[in-house]
Design a protein around this ligand. Structure first.
Ligand code: GLR
Ligand code: MG
Length: 429
């Protein structure tokens, strides 16, 4: 067996994304992702996936060059190798990622977001070489299925007129009835029983009404509301007071650890985050101040599947719950999330996934939810297969783009219909 990496291929793609609204704006009709392939001397190929915006590609390219000639099993070495790749200071100084939706932006986090895709690809190749699933390489699964939640969004029926886009069949959801209808479809199509509403779009009263409507339509089902830090401490407490008893947790009601700590101190409603704890460096303050009760891990920006396990261990130590966050992603990342989620003890909350919103994928076979769950794959590696024709098609779309869609920019997408729109100052309400 020869574990030497002889080739590393990077394929940036643009994938269709519906017009999902959030506090920053709206999703663009196509979103960038990067597909990573690592090839061993034995001809085994492993696949990974991460963000595809330019700042990630700028790091992934030199990183891929350095990787050639190394051992596919040298997972710890990925981090030291990443330290050798310099990050353009203008990419990180005073920046937050995607208008803040992914928390703080640092050079290290940028590197970790790139490393994670390579780590997954290496684990896939190593698993295929050894005939073992990724969860076995991670120490073994502790469950056979992983539960996901329905990720509800306010949305338009279609992207603005004149903007090239793929159609979706979800329809509009701009009020409580629309959100309940969307939830029904999620349940019907995928069997989800846990619902998360992306908030911060409309004034809190309207989002409170949507949560109440969901609770009435789906009694007893776990519900979450996530305004991405759009509310003041006072507004967060009002919402907690009004619908706290209906919520499994409130996600990032206010922005940043100090504000979250203030909210947490004054309400019994558990708070979750994928914004104020997004790096190991942020854990100490947040946990010692009791600012968060659930951390939504995201293997992309935490630096991979093994870092996710480490995060889960730290959370366990502090009695903080853990679950998973998601941005727009494809089946490779969903498989990766499922493998690592299968190995984390005490995963008490259904994981988030955007996957049902993605009509396009780079796999020969889509992953399918049954009763809101994915069966943990036991085939070697991730247990997924790359569809090269689809990959080339989506790469062609990226090549043909004039550059405007190669960076995720939800505010720019909203300016198409509202030219005066800028990312709202926080707190918005
Ligand atoms: O839980 C979250 O905060 C997210 O999923 C952030 C995402 O960027 C979401 O808001 C989106 O895709 O619009
Ligand atoms: Mg969130």
């Amino acid at each position: 067996m020869n574990l030497t990496l002889t080739d590393v291929r990077l394929t940036p793609i643009l994938v269709a994304d519906p017009p999902l609204l959030n506090t920053q704006g709206v999703h663009q009709p196509y979103t960038p992702r990067l597909i990573i392939e690592v090839v061993t001397a034995d001809g085994v190929t492993g696949v990974g996936e991460t963000y595809g915006d330019t700042k990630y590609l700028e790091l992934a390219r030199p990183f891929a060059e350095k990787l050639k000639g190394r051992q596919v099993s040298d997972l710890n070495g990925l981090f030291t190798l990443a330290d050798e790749v310099s990050v353009d200071a203008s990419r990180v100084s005073g920046q937050v990622d995607v208008g803040g939706l992914r928390g703080v932006q640092t050079a290290d986090k940028l590197r970790l977001s790139v490393v994670s895709g390579f780590e997954v690809a290496c684990l896939d190749a190593l698993g295929k070489t050894l005939g073992l699933p990724v969860h076995t390489l991670l120490g073994g699964k502790v469950r056979d299925t992983v539960e996901y939640s329905a990720y509800l969004f306010y949305k338009w029926a279609e992207h603005p007129a004149g903007v090239p886009a793929e159609r979706d069949d979800w329809g509009a959801a701009l009020d409580p009835a629309g959100i309940v209808e969307q939830a029904r479809r999620f349940k019907e199509r995928h069997g989800f029983t846990s619902f998360k509403l992306k908030g911060g779009v409309f004034p809190p009263d309207q989002e409170i009404a949507a949560v109440r409507a969901l609770a009435a339509a789906f009694p007893g089902h776990p519900l979450r509301l996530d305004p991405n830090g759009a509310w003041s401490v006072a507004t967060s407490l009002t919402v907690a007071e009004e619908i706290g008893d209906l919520l499994e947790y409130l996600e990032d009601p206010a922005l940043g650890t100090p504000a979250m700590a203030e909210v947490a101190a004054a309400t019994g409603v558990p708070l979750a985050t994928n914004m104020c704890v997004t790096t190991f460096a942020e854990i100490q303050e947040a946990f010692t101040r009791g600012a968060v009760q659930v951390v939504l891990s995201d293997h992309h920006y935490w630096g991979g599947l093994r870092n996710t396990q480490q995060l889960a261990a730290v959370c366990r130590t502090f009695g903080v719950g853990v679950s998973m966050h998601s941005n727009t992603h494809l089946g490779i990342s969903l498989a990766a999330m499922t493998h690592v989620a299968a190995t984390v003890p005490g995963l008490h909350h259904a994981c988030d996934s955007h996957y049902p919103w993605q009509s396009e994928d780079v796999l020969t076979e889509r992953l399918t939810f049954t009763d809101g769950r994915l069966t943990v794959p036991d085939a070697p590696g991730l247990g997924v297969e790359l569809d090269r024709d689809r990959l080339h098609f989506l790469h062609r779309r990226w090549l043909d783009d004039d550059g405007t869609l190669r960076e995720r920019d939800d505010a720019a997408a909203l300016r198409v219909v509202d030219p005066g729109w800028t990312t709202p100052a926080v707190p918005r309400w």
